[in-house]
Design a protein around this ligand. Structure first.
Ligand code: FE2
Length: 284
């Protein structure tokens, strides 16, 4: 690797998230819960769904609205069909990404396109700055083959957003500079990623085990990385069985956050307006 960190970040906390259900009874683990929205600004939510039991996912996520932020769905296993009020239709398959900017409003559904087998993936919510919350909706399906990859010794990095080792990701965002990496590490492999000290960052392990600055991180756990001044990045070392994990980081917006379910704005007045617009059919 080109990089050599001098002051890698430590782990501030390791969290196991909250078991919950959303949509029509889809069981999932909410790793980034509402109480962490300030701490992990600009990220608002992270759900991990992963099950072999169709009863846990078959209901899917029927039509529901969003306003004021972006949703990023990354599939590891299974197939989900997306349809929205803008007219976009997409199929999420393993390794693919769906990046949706709700902007001023979208109504969409995300439904399983399978009746058995495993369903596994992440949905991340990325906030938009106040001046962009009412922009036109935007949508992109990113096929697995379109996710740029970097390979080093025992390490494969899938660059969904931002950049790693000189490889630019599939999506870039100026306001929050989101970094979204999927890391595949062989047993004992080490990966280092530079990060601005002011950017909020976390790691979620979904296979094997990782060590970050002497802190072990087990599967389905989220490690919040400390924002130590002068730190220059994060170093991860895979355990004896290797590891797979996502690394997410971004520049905080430092704006007020007003949320009511699927609407995330800056003020209560804007939330009231969003609910009114939805009820009046103005989000479709
Ligand atoms: Fe949604």
């Amino acid at each position: 690797m080109d990089t050599r960190l001098t002051t890698p970040r430590s782990v501030e906390r390791v969290l196991q998230g909250q078991a919950t259900s959303d949509g029509a009874g889809v069981r999932l683990t909410r790793l980034l819960t509402a109480d962490l929205q300030r701490r992990l600004d600009p990220f608002l939510m992270l759900d991990l769904f992963g099950t072999d039991n169709p009863g846990d996912y078959i209901g899917g996520f029927p039509d529901h609205p969003h306003r004021g932020f972006e949703t990023i769905t990354y599939m590891l296993q299974g197939r989900m069909r997306h349809r929205d009020s803008v007219g976009n239709v997409g199929l999420l398959v393993p390794g693919s990404v769906q990046w949706m900017t709700a902007g001023r409003g979208v109504i969409h559904s995300e439904m399983p396109e399978q009746e058995d087998g495993a369903m596994e993936g992440f949905q991340l919510w990325l906030n938009l700055p106040g001046r962009s919350k009412m922009r036109a909706p935007w949508y992109r399906d990113i096929a697995s083959s379109e996710v740029p990859e970097w390979q080093g010794a025992g390490v494969t990095v899938r660059v969904i957003a931002g950049a790693a080792q000189g490889v630019s990701g599939a999506v870039q965002r100026e306001d929050t500079e989101p970094l979204y990496l999927d890391l595949h590490l062989d047993p004992g492999a080490v990966f280092e990623q530079p990060l601005p000290a002011t950017h909020n960052a976390f790691v979620v392990v979904y296979r094997g085990e990782l060590t970050i600055a002497d802190t072990p991180v087990r599967p389905r756990r989220m490690a919040i990385l400390a924002n130590t001044p002068d730190s220059d990045g994060v170093a991860l070392r895979a355990g004896p069985d290797g590891a797979r994990a996502i690394l997410v980081a971004g520049r905080p917006l430092k704006e007020p956050i007003a949320q009511y379910g699927p609407f995330v704005m800056n003020t209560q007045q804007e939330i009231f307006q969003a609910v009114q617009d939805f009820q009046a059919g103005r989000l479709a």
